[in-house]
Design a protein around this ligand. Structure first.
Ligand code: HEC
Length: 136
């Protein structure tokens, strides 16, 4: 009888432990399903030099609070999000097409807000894409 109780307790405690580990484990960023229309989009402003720093100014106003000054995902709001923001400085981020970055930046999903209404001008949008590509 005693050994049976012991086994039940062990099973219950192991279960609880596994549950707790599952809850504290950092959530992985799921791959995005970017529609091919966006993937193939050409950046009409790829070679434009942004003398007025429109990209940087928009980034500071709309994106920095979560993504951080250098795009590493350490903005002041980041800790309150359920989803990690990703890191704009890593090679796997930079390998994406401009269109993929555009889709994620302005369509968004989940904790990543949609910016279609807030940032309407297409040139401004592409200058933000150009800007986040320069972060290192
Ligand atoms: C409220 C916080 C928040 C703000 C503000 C925000 N983001 Fe995000 N962003 C996120 C989160 C969270 C993710 C990850 C979402 C996911 O994977 O589901 C993300 C993901 C991204 C990604 C994809 C990263 C990758 O690894 O591929 C890009 C690009 C991006 N954001 C650009 C922007 C831009 C540009 C702005 C400003 C116009 C912005 N974000 C503003 C929270 C934010």
């Amino acid at each position: 009888m005693k050994t049976r109780l012991f086994s039940i307790m062990t099973i219950l405690l192991t279960g609880l432990l596994l549950l707790a580990m599952g809850l504290t484990e950092p959530v992985e960023q799921d791959p995005w399903d970017v529609p091919s229309k966006y993937k193939k989009m050409k950046n009409p402003y790829a070679d434009v030099s942004d003398k007025e720093q429109i990209g940087r100014v928009h980034y500071a106003q709309h994106c920095k609070s979560c993504h951080g000054t250098k795009g590493r995902g350490d903005g002041k709001k980041a800790a309150n999000l359920d989803t990690p923001t990703g890191d704009f400085t890593v090679a796997s981020f930079k390998e994406q097409s401009d269109g993929e970055i555009y889709y994620k930046s302005f369509i968004g999903r989940g904790d990543m807000p949609n910016f279609e209404k807030k940032i309407k001008d297409d040139e401004d949008r592409w200058l933000i894409v150009n800007y986040i590509r320069t972060l290192k």
